[in-house]
Write a protein that binds this ligand. Sequence first.
Ligand code: SF4
Length: 184
Amino acid sequence: MSDNDSLSKIVSEIQKCTKCPLHKTRKNAVPGEGPDNARLMFVGEAPGATEDRTGLPFVGRSGKLLVSLLENIGLSREDVYITSILKSRPPKNRSPKKSEIEACFPFLERQINLIKPEIIVLLGGVAISSIIGPWKLSEAHGKFYEGKGQKYFMTYHPAAALRFPKFRDIMMADFAILKTELNI
Ligand code: SF4
């Protein structure tokens, strides 16, 4: 990261990025959004169809669920920074490839270095394995992890909670742990 890096510079680089083949099939890259001094950063897997169409993160059904989980602990979408491991949508929402994650990862590192969030919430297995390493979600969720001076919190991806309602209750309980940690 250079001394004069900025979130807007990263956004414009992502919007023009051709570092992996996903640029050929995306409609819009989805860099992320939120305040540059957010205490919390949320990292999902990759944009879906609605995000690809709008260029905005977590605006589809998963996003609505994320917002309701935030509101349950007294936060709004505007309070947090939201992004994902990949900034361009994989075709038909397939899982990200290792090469795509490696190509895209430096953008996320720069976003983290600029925002310096108190806690990074990793949503789902791809976010957890890309940043921390392989960890069974059923064991990892609801836990904090500290590494290289950064605190992480792990939970399920809202898309999982849309498919299987029991994960919604688990996520609500996880977010309650987050609320206690943040003292809000
Ligand atoms: S996913 Fe990341 S690396 Fe690949 S084209 Fe999009 S912004 Fe670039």
